[in-house]
Every structure is written in structure tokens, then in C-alpha cells.
Design a protein. Structure first.
Length: 643
């Protein structure tokens, strides 16, 4: 039966060949390399004998017959020795190259050898990547022609810098290739000169990274949409607190450059709480939307109207003095004349204070207006003491992704072999001295919890690329963030693809201390994540108030015993609680992990109760990736005192 075109590509050809398979192609290349070495050895032998012959002439003149016989016999003998050596060296080199070329092809890595840009050799993997046969590739004047036209000039320049003018500097770059069917794929290429073959012969390893690049683009687009959505207030459609924090910083930066004024105002609806109580939240929401719809018209494009919280709004007026801002407030009143009144506090930036201090003055001015009666406008001109707090650190921290992950090993308590790591987050800059709990509490209060939670997940997964692939990765996630549709299971899968991690190795830790108002919805979301391969752990069990209900509904694969129980199992109450959890885990199939184990006594006590996994400073402290070593992480922790 004849072979199809696809069969020929699978086997591969040398340029100008006759359909030989991959083994023949490899042998052909090996023979070339081996005979090159053999030729070198023969040349060396010839040089040696030329020297011998010259010495004989100098010593004896024309040799006698017996000398000629001995001389010729020596030639025959030495030729046999060198021929055997050549054969042995060639065979070893042939086996080595066959093993190397086969391994490269099996790994899906394309391998090519070029001479002055033209193809000399291409393995089957490269043919599969590009869709071209070796013969088709050899017909091209240069493999640069495989790059999209708009990429060629830059590629030629890059190669000339590395290999032109006598330079032979290995290089690696990400580029694009046009395949035989017209698709443009992304490739990672590593090139270096082929040793002993002259400066114009290059060897390259080529890897198709199209899927990775596509996942990266999809992830960035998903995060961009989430970022834009996160800047809008869902009720009114205007900017939210996060967008306000960013824009006020930009306005102040512009003011520093050009000296223009900046004025901010806080607007609070008079009597809104009573209106809400009397007419209900639906009518209250409609009133908020009515105000914002009318206020947009009198404002310039450079002005910003944002919902600052509840029934409180903020207006940013770049380039406007306080007196000009009063006129803007008058226009806002006129636009909403048919609606209830509102009070205003104005403050002009002094050019030196922080945004937080500026807003503190506007808030103080609003307070004075509310005390004076409805519909008032107050200006506070005196700067208060400038302070910094989370309300202004958080936007900068999230925008700069200044969170770092550290990892605490989770080990078996019998042999201390590694099971996985819990990823823990901490701020990486700004001189922050507050605890992580304070950081997340501030994020919840200021509306940044969603963004901070996603950033911590992203950093944890990215940092774990240096950890053992088969080690489990435990990531803390709040229930609120887990239920957030902006960062759902689809985006988490994109993150997994981007990082090259199997979702089956990732366990989300839900804290039992989180308030879970909608268990039914949580169950549905957990199911969707499980279908994608993720698993779950219930964290801090023993410190909340809904343990039984959550355990029943969420059915976690792992149950993490709170530190308060793990270190107190010698007392009756905690001991009974841990025993109950061991019984529950045995019947449900969940795995127990004791947290906060600080010494050998803690480890021995929970192990005797049937807990098989644990973590804590008594086993290993959390560390950054740069503080770990493969050897120390793979081996059990040497706690010899425990038996």
C-alpha cells in the first residue's frame, strides 16, 4: 500500500531524499558527523607516517630491502589499529546522536540545522510544527521566509547581532512562524552555532508555544474586563470607590506638573435613610440612580462623579478652584431640583498633602454642612495633619501587584514526607507594618476585597511554578470572592493554563470563620470548580459557628483543624472535638490536616488521635521560593525526637 503525503511527513525526508524514514535520516546525519571525525583521524595518521618516512630517509638514505619490509608491515599494523579506533569512535558517536535525536523528537521539540540560512536537517517534530516537509523547507532561500513578513526585519537584525561579524553568541527568543496551511503560530527558538562546522552552520531547537501564548492573551483580556467592571458601581453605573482612588492620584500628579488647582467635593443626600425606611430599598435605589443620571450632564469630561459609599457621592474637579467648584455645585442642584436636597463638603488641594488628607478635609466640611442643616455647602480650607492608611495604600499595592507569596509545607505525620504547600500572602512593599488580617479587613471595608483576593491567587499560582509539580497547592479564598462572577472558574482555569499547573493539584481553602449566607449557591459554585478538577478544604474548623452545616453541604476533600484545637488536644474539650472530626473524616473520606503544630508534643498528640497530615512551625516555617532548596523540600524534616 502506498504512503500518503502525511505518512511521508511523519517519517520525514532529507532535502533531495527518496522518502526515507526518520531512522535513515538520523543515520545519514550521524554518518556525516562520524566520517568527518574519521577523516580527521586518517589525516593525523598520514601526518605521523610522513614524519616517520622523513626520519628514515635522513637516517638511512635509500632503505635496504629488510627495512622496507618492516616499514610496510608497520604501516599495515598501524592502519589496522587506527581503523579499529575509527570504527569504535564512530559507533559510539552514532549511538549517542541516535539517542539524542530520538529524545528530542519524542519531546515534541523541533530540531533543525541550517547552513547560511538554508535547511540541512529537520527532524519530524519540526515538520509537524510547521506542516512542511524537509524537501519543501530546503527549497526556500532562507528559513527567515517562514516568519510573517512584518517580523522578518527584526529577526534578521537579531540574528545578525548574535552571529554576524564573527560573533557566535547563543540566543533564545519568542517569535512567530507561518505554517503550510497559513496559520501563524508562536514558537520559542534557541539557536547556537554547530561546533566544528564553521560560523555559518547553526543548530536550533524550536518549541510550539501557541497554546501558552493564547492562554496568556485570554487571561490578560479576562483580567482587563474584570478590571473595567471593577471600576464601576453596579447600581448607578458611575465610577466606584476604586476608580476614585486611582483618578484622584492622577489629578494630583497632573497638578504637580502644571500647577493647576484640584478641588474635591463630597455630596450626601439629605434624609435618605428615612426615605429608604419609608419607601423601601427598591425606591431608594431608584432615587440614587435618578440623582446620578441628572448630575452627569452638568459635569465636564475631565470631571469625575463616583459613588463613595451608601448615599454618599464624590466629585473630582481637576483644574477648578474652590470658587469654581461652588458654581459646579449650583449646576448640580439645578439639574436635580425635582429631587430631595443634598449637602456638600468642598476642599481644595494645597499641593502638598496626601489624597487621604484632602478627602479628610472634604469629609469634615460635609460634616459641618450636615450639622448646619439640609442643602448646605461648606468649604474647609485648613489642611489637617497628613496621614497614610490602607485606603490609599491598597490601590497602589493592588495596581503594582506588590504582594508576594510564601509557602508552608504540609507533611505526613508518620514519615514527614512532603504532601503539599499552603500559599500565604504578604505585602511586598510600602513599608507596611500591619498584619495580613488587617490588610484583608481593610480591603473588605474599602471595597478592594475582590481584587486583593484575585491578586493573592494569581501570585500564589505563579510562584508555585518552582515547586514540585506533584505537590498539592493549598490557596486561601474567601467565600465572597469564590462567589464573585468576575473571577469565576473559567478565569481560574485560564490562570492554570497560563501557569502550566494541573487544577487537580490545587485545593481552595474556605475559612469556617467566613459568614456563609447562601449555602445553596456556594454548593453550586463548588460543584462547578470540582468539575474543572479543583478540590476544597474547610479551614479553621473549630473556630466558627457553622461547622456541621458547612461540612455537610460543601463536602470538602480536606478538613483543616484550627490551631486552637491542635495545640490543646490534651484537654478534654478540644480532644473530644478532634476525635469527632476524625470520625467524620473516616466516614466521609476527607483527609484531616492539623494546623499550628509548634513542637513534637503537639505532633505526637494529634497523630495518636488519627490525624495523618500537619503543618506548623514545629514542622517547617513558611518560606519564600528563593529560600527553598529542592533537596531540603523533597526530604522529610529531621524531627528525630518523635516516634
Amino acid at each position: 500500500m502506498g504512503r500518503t503525503r502525511g505518512d511521508r511527513r511523519a517519517g520525514g525526508r532529507f532535502p533531495g531524499g527518496h522518502g526515507v524514514d526518520d531512522a535513515h535520516r538520523q543515520r545519514h546525519l550521524q554518518h556525516q558527523l562520524c566520517w568527518r571525525d574519521a577523516a580527521g583521524i586518517v589525516a593525523a595518521v598520514a601526518a605521523v607516517f610522513a614524519g616517520f618516512y622523513a626520519l628514515r630517509l635522513m637516517a638511512f638514505g635509500f632503505p635496504p630491502q629488510i627495512g622496507s619490509v618492516v616499514y610496510r608491515s608497520g604501516i599495515v599494523l598501524l592502519t589496522a589499529v587506527f581503523t579499529g579506533a575509527i570504527s569504535t569512535v564512530s559507533e559510539r558517536r552514532r549511538e549517542r546522536y541516535a539517542s539524542l535525536l530520538g529524545a528530542i523528537s519524542d519531546l515534541g521539540q523541533g530540531l533543525i540545522i541550517t547552513d547560511n540560512g538554508r535547511l540541512v536537517y529537520a527532524n519530524p517534530a519540526y515538520e509537524r510544527i510547521t506542516g512542511y516537509s524537509a524537501e519543501e523547507l530546503a527549497k526556500r532561500r532562507s528559513l527567515i521566509e517562514l516568519a510573517p513578513e512584518e517580523d522578518r526585519e527584526d529577526l534578521v537584525r537579531r540574528l545578525a547581532e548574535r552571529f554576524g561579524g564573527g560573533h557566535n553568541v547563543p540566543t533564545q527568543y519568542e517569535g512567530r512562524v507561518v505554517t503550510s496551511d497559513g496559520r501563524v503560530i508562536d514558537v520559542d527558538t534557541a539557536i547556537r552555532p554547530l561546533r566544528g562546522e564553521g560560523p555559518n552552520r547553526l543548530i536550533a531547537l524550536v518549541r510550539d508555544i501557541t497554546e501558552r501564548k493564547r492562554a496568556q492573551v485570554d487571561l490578560e483580556e479576562s483580567e482587563r474586563k474584570a478590571y473595567l467592571a471593577a471600576r464601576l458601581d453596579p447600581l448607578t453605573g458611575i465610577a466606584n470607590r476604586r476608580a476614585w482612588e486611582e483618578e484622584i492620584q492622577r489629578a494630583m500628579a497632573r497638578s504637580r506638573r502644571d500647577g493647576s488647582p484640584v478641588t474635591v467635593g463630597l455630596l450626601d443626600l439629605d434624609g435618605f435613610k428615612a426615605y429608604n425606611d419609608d419607601w423601601g430599598h427598591v425606591r431608594g435605589d431608584e432615587l440614587l440612580r435618578s440623582f446620578t443620571a441628572r448630575w452627569r450632564e452638568p459635569l465636564r469630561e475631565v470631571d469625575l462623579l463616583a459613588r463613595y459609599g451608601g448615599d454618599e457621592f464624590a466629585v473630582l474637579l481637576p483644574g477648578s478652584s474652590v470658587e469654581e467648584a461652588r458654581l459646579v455645585i449650583q449646576r448640580l442642584r439645578a439639574a436635580s431640583a425635582a429631587l430631595p436636597s443634598f449637602s456638600v463638603g468642598l476642599a481644595g488641594w494645597d499641593g502638598a498633602e496626601s489624597a487621604e488628607a484632602l478627602m479628610a478635609r472634604a469629609d469634615a466640611a460635609l460634616y459641618n454642612s450636615k450639622r448646619a442643616g439640609p442643602g448646605r455647602v461648606t468649604v474647609l480650607a485648613t489642611s489637617h495633619e497628613r496621614v497614610q492608611s490602607w485606603s490609599y495604600l491598597l490601590p497602589r499595592l493592588i495596581a503594582g501587584r506588590d504582594i508576594e507569596a510564601i509557602y508552608q509545607p504540609i507533611r505526613r505525620l508518620d514519615d514527614f514526607s512532603l504532601v503539599g504547600y499552603e500559599a500565604l500572602a504578604r505585602p511586598a512593599g510600602f513599608g507596611v507594618r500591619s498584619s495580613v488580617e488587617e490588610l484583608f479587613d481593610a480591603a473588605k471595608r474599602l471595597g478592594f476585597a475582590r481584587d486583593l483576593d484575585w491578586l493573592c491567587r494569581r501570585v500564589a499560582v505563579h510562584g508555585a511554578t518552582s515547586l514540585p509539580r506533584n505537590a498539592l497547592l493549598f490557596i486561601n479564598v474567601s467565600v465572597h470572592a469564590l462567589l464573585d462572577p468576575l473571577h469565576d472558574v473559567d478565569q481560574m482555569q485560564l490562570l492554570m493554563r497560563w501557569a502550566g499547573r494541573d487544577p487537580r493539584t490545587v485545593i481552595f481553602e474556605i475559612s469556617e470563620r467566613d459568614q456563609i449566607a447562601d449555602l445553596e449557591r456556594l454548593t453550586g459554585v463548588v460543584k462547578a470548580y470540582r468539575q474543572a478538577g479543583f478540590r476544597f478544604a474547610l479551614d479553621d474548623v473549630g473556630e466558627g459557628h457553622s461547622t456541621l452545616e458547612v461540612l455537610t453541604e460543601a463536602s470538602p476533600e480536606f478538613i483543616k483543624i484550627a490551631r486552637s484545637l491542635s495545640v490543646s488536644v490534651e484537654t478534654p474539650g478540644p480532644r473530644s472535638a478532634v476525635q469527632a472530626l476524625v470520625t467524620f473524616a473516616s466516614s466521609s473520606g476527607a483527609e484531616l490536616i492539623a494546623e499550628g503544630l509548634e513542637n513534637g508534643d503537639h505532633i505526637r498528640s494529634v497523630r495518636e488521635l488519627g490525624v495523618r497530615l500537619g503543618q506548623g512551625y514545629g514542622i517547617s516555617a513558611p518560606r519564600g521560593i528563593d529560600q527553598m532548596s529542592d533537596a531540603s523540600e523533597a526530604a522529610p524534616v529531621p524531627i528525630r525526637a518523635i516516634s
